[in-house]
Design a binder for this molecule. Structure first.
Ligand code: AMP
Ligand code: MG
Length: 343
């Protein structure tokens, strides 16, 4: 299959992308979080193609994307008042809600669960595409399963060339990490995945919020979890990632001491001078955490090379979107981190 590159700037391209979705084909789509691998979420065969193209395990459910918040009602039942309050505050935006599913949604989409994940993305062209397609678009991140997510159309082409009908180029993603997922089906709201909307922001609306253990630690393969995707290896380059915690100077001293050929550093722009002479890549500025979330996956993909066996990674501290960056880096590192001694 030849993968066609389309642009959100051209109306005809948006129309073509929508037609491909309606016909049951796969299209790489831009969103403010990461690129999605989109298909008609109501078409069982189309959804199966997503799992095949990504090599995604069948027990890892998908998120359905809608054009307008009200459409939530078409997909889910027993929607609590707090879901509408979250929608009012954060939609369109990087928040996914898990709610009881209506029976007409194919079982492959939900991986057989009786709940469904739904999001209304911020990117205007994407909402227009959904509107034109006339169906909710199922879209996981547009990467090969286990690899870092894609935040540019070029990344999508690298992983999906020949596997999907088209890619709709909307430029680089602004947020850069996947949506925040909150499960509203339990007694208390539960954070399943941190993202662009922080736990603090959610608590302003929800009052209380449990943090799922999949967010905090490695989940073993045979464990039954609420967010089935969370137990799989994620975001990982081939190399072993090791998070180095501590001050900039102490971390750099540690890295220099342990350096060998085949090592690389993923650090903050401000720290680059400390790694002079070593293979170091800055993924954003410590002073502006949104540049770190936006640059994270591009850096992990860049460092996914055979010659590199170890990546020393610097991780921002604190809440907000830094919390999502910590979560993705910890997963990429298999939760391996070292606290270095201060000099
Ligand atoms: P991806 O789009 O590839 O980042 O994956 C979507 C994420 O949403 C996965 O981690 C899924 O486990 C999660 N998800 C989707 N549907 C549900 C659901 N019904 N309940 C819990 N988690 C879900
Ligand atoms: Mg993913």
């Amino acid at each position: 299959m030849k993968t066609v590159m389309l642009s959100v700037e051209k109306e005809a391209d948006l129309q073509l992308a929508a037609e491909l979705i309606r016909k049951g084909e796969l299209v790489g789509i831009p969103t403010e979080t990461v690129y999605g691998l989109g298909a008609n979420g109501l078409d069982e065969n189309a959804v199966r193609k997503i799992f095949a193209a990504k090599g995604r395990p069948a027990d890892n459910p998908l998120i359905l994307h809608i054009a307008r918040p009200e459409q939530l009602e078409e997909l889910c039942r027993d929607i609590p008042e707090k879901a509408w309050r979250l929608a009012e505050r954060f939609w369109p935006g990087p928040l996914t809600m898990v709610l009881p599913v209506k029976p007409h949604i194919p079982k492959v989409t939900t991986a057989n669960l009786d709940t469904l994940a739904v999001r209304c993305p911020k990117t205007e062209a994407t909402r227009r595409l959904i509107e034109l397609a006339g169906v909710p678009i199922a879209a996981p991140s547009a990467n090969l399963s286990g690899k870092p997510s894609t935040t540019t159309a070029r990344h999508v082409l690298k992983d999906m060339d020949g596997r999907i009908a088209a890619i709709l180029d909307g430029g680089p993603c602004q947020v850069g990490v996947e949506s925040t997922i909150v499960d509203l089906t339990g007694e208390k709201p539960r954070l399943l995945r941190p993202g662009g909307i922080s736990p603090e922001e959610l608590k302003e609306i929800l009052g209380e919020l449990l943090i799922d253990k999949a967010v905090l630690a490695q989940i073993s393969h045979d464990e039954v979890v609420r967010a089935p995707g969370m137990k799989y290896k994620h975001y990982a380059p081939q190399a072993q990632v090791l998070i180095v915690k501590g001050s900039s100077a102490a971390a750099a001293a540690y890295v220099r001491e342990n350096w060998s050929e085949g090592c690389a550093v993923m650090c903050f722009e401000e720290e680059l001078p400390l790694y002079e002479g070593l293979s170091a890549l800055a993924y954003g500025k410590a002073a502006d955490v949104t540049t770190l979330s936006a640059g994270l996956f591009a850096a992990l993909r860049e460092l996914d090379r055979e010659q590199i066996h170890t990546v020393y990674a610097r991780c921002p501290e604190g809440g907000g979107v830094a919390y999502a960056v910590q979560n993705r880096l910890k997963k990429a590192a298999g939760f391996r981190e070292i606290e270095v001694k201060e000099l």
